[in-house]
Design a protein around this ligand. Structure first.
Ligand SMILES: C[S@@+](CC[C@H](N)C(=O)[O-])C[C@H]1O[C@@H](n2cnc3c(N)ncnc32)[C@H](O)[C@@H]1O
Length: 338
């Protein structure tokens, strides 16, 4: 299957205007969420952007034009779930990815990481996620993006869509997922638009989202794929407070993201991307859950695995560009004990 699509050529006048008035390099992450609301470009930039809409720049290291090998392990899932195959599937994926990139320039879109097995490739997946879902567990995907993770759970035998919830700060990204999978008329899960970060008080959760508040103490399994590493340590603690408030004894929180070798955990500026991120090793990830437990009067047993990046299907270019400590894959299952 050919996975590359030629870049569309802009008219010459547009190219000239963009040369004189270049669009800003894209950034991603929580800093950007705040800026989007406050930032007002100069009048001349607004006028030029209105008549010559700028393409979102792609000359950054966390963007790849071609799908490359990212579909190798998951093409059966995407063929079944989208109802498209071959060239038609490639065209559809490029169209959705390009529009997701224009909304939010995350590496998960730029480098096609959403096509990889993700949480379904983790060793706890069958025993924790699927087994519990089959038994009727309530599952919530935090920072769901296009929603490929919840759709894998949704197609599991005897799982009902009423058990499944997804949360994302961006309604538009979820809507693109509905378009990709063609299931807008019968969504696989209930979508909640909210910020996953809250303080540890019920009122703060309620102020963030009434729908989320209604799930307090009711969620059995929380998925966090490529999510925690968007935030620096205090942001991760705020996500953990939300998880703790939604949880009950026995709840599992399962996730994965970029990590690093033992002893190299670091809070870092991500090179060029305008965001800060806590990159965990096994010890610091356990400390995170210990802190979340202390602050929320809950207790979590945490299992952590550090794996070579290839195990997640990542290539060096997918994570090496960030600089910082040696990249590894890190995954965890945190089980609430009290
Ligand atoms: C890197 S993508 C990962 C998406 C998905 N989990 C996956 O594995 O493909 C991060 C997602 O988190 C969402 N997001 C970012 N900040 C958020 C926040 N504070 N609360 C909820 N969602 C957030 C973004 O809109 C984006 O869809």
């Amino acid at each position: 299957m050919s996975t590359t699509k030629p870049e569309p050529q802009q008219p010459a006048l547009h190219r000239l205007v963009h040369k004189i008035n270049p669009p800003p390099r894209p950034t991603y992450g929580p800093n950007r969420i705040g800026k989007a609301q406050n930032y007002r470009p100069r009048l001349v930039t607004r006028l030029l952007s209105k008549y010559f809409p700028p393409p979102v720049r792609t000359d950054v290291a966390w963007y790849s034009a071609s799908i490359g090998k990212k579909l190798d392990r998951t093409s059966d899932f995407f063929v079944d779930a989208t109802g498209s195959n071959g060239k038609e599937l490639t065209t559809l994926l490029h169209s959705i990815r390009d529009r997701a990139w224009a909304l939010d320039a995350y590496p998960c879109f730029g480098r096609w990481l959403f096509l990889l097995p993700g949480i379904s490739g983790l060793s706890w997946y069958d025993d924790v996620v699927l087994k519990r879902a089959r038994e009727g567990a309530t599952v919530l995907d935090l920072g769901c993006g296009l929603g490929q993770e919840i759709r894998r759970v949704a197609v599991t035998e005897s799982v009902k869509s009423t058990q499944l919830y997804v949360l994302d700060v961006s309604q538009e990204i979820w809507a693109l997922g509905l378009e990709l999978f063609g299931d807008a008329s019968s969504p696989p899960a209930k979508f909640i638009q909210a910020d996953a970060r809250t303080d540890r008080y019920a009122e703060s959760l309620r102020a963030n989202s009434e729908q989320l508040f209604q799930l307090s103490g009711k969620v059995d399994v929380v998925l966090m794929g490529l999510f925690l590493d968007l935030f620096h340590f205090p942001g991760q603690v705020e996500v953990g407070k939300t998880v703790a408030m939604l949880s009950k004894v026995g709840t599992h929180a399962v996730g994965y993201s970029r990590g690093t070798t033992t002893g190299n955990a670091v809070e870092e500026e991500v090179k060029d991307a305008g965001t800060r991120s806590m990159v965990h090793d096994d010890k610091s990830l356990k400390t995170l859950w210990f802190d979340i437990g202390e602050l929320t009067k809950t207790k979590w047993k945490v299992e952590v695995n550090l794996v070579e990046i290839g195990e997640f299907g990542w290539e060096q270019e997918d994570v090496g560009w960030m600089g910082g400590p040696p990249p590894m894959g890190i995954c965890f299952v945190a089980t609430r004990e009290s």
